[in-house]
Design a protein around this ligand. Structure first.
Ligand SMILES: *[C@@H]1O[C@H](CO)[C@@H](O)[C@H](O)[C@H]1NC(C)=O
Length: 180
């Protein structure tokens, strides 16, 4: 009796400890996640120097092929639109993907999504010593989404960021239009 209670408590502790890590979404459904997402905000304390003050919205098209995801994205990088196509393989948890790359690697973790309006992804770069990460808010439309923005702020704070680290992107579709 006491043994099983202890085991249950230990199990709970393991779950609580695991919850502190960025585990990705439970029951992640790649089919529902597919399609077009606008990148409308980002948060990072590591990218201040390279952030242009009026960064344009970006976009990503997610396609599922077998166990992989193909991400075709366009982002405003220092006033230039950067288009990229990457294939991601599933990581060690649902909603967690790793990119094949020569340069050490990038990991994308789907932190939250309701599939039909918003998604929050954490992009972790393992380059050099310390991993750096950028939290991104994606939306199916360019309309302002109060609930998604609030959730994004909460997640940013959870990662030790503050409101001043959050940047809303300018509704300029120059980059996005390169995707179609
Ligand atoms: C994922 O979503 C699709 C479309 O809604 C559905 O057909 C499929 O059964 C879901 N897959 C899982 C594993 O839940």
């Amino acid at each position: 009796m006491r043994g099983s209670l202890l085991a249950a408590l230990l199990g709970l502790l393991v779950v609580l400890a695991a919850g502190k890590e960025d585990l990705g979404l439970q029951n992640f459904n790649a089919t529902q996640f597919s399609g077009m997402w606008y990148e409308i905000a980002l948060a990072s304390n590591l990218e201040h120097q390279s952030l242009s003050p009026r960064r344009k919205v970006g976009a990503v098209i997610v396609e599922q092929n077998g166990p992989h995801l193909t991400l075709t994205s366009v982002t405003d990088h220092m006033n230039r639109c950067m288009k990229e196509k990457n294939q991601a393989v599933r990581g060690n948890a649902p909603g967690k993907f790793k990119f094949r790359s020569d340069s050490g690697g990038k990991e994308v973790i789907v932190v939250a999504t309701d599939y039909n309006s918003y998604a929050i992804m954490n992009i972790v770069l393992h380059r050099g010593g310390k991993p750096s990460s950028v939290l991104k808010l994606y939306s199916r439309t360019l309309e302002h989404n109060e609930k998604a923005t609030e959730e994004f702020m909460e997640r940013a704070v959870e990662q030790g960021l503050s409101a001043s680290d959050v940047q809303l992107l300018t509704k300029d579709l120059t980059c996005v239009n390169l995707l179609s």
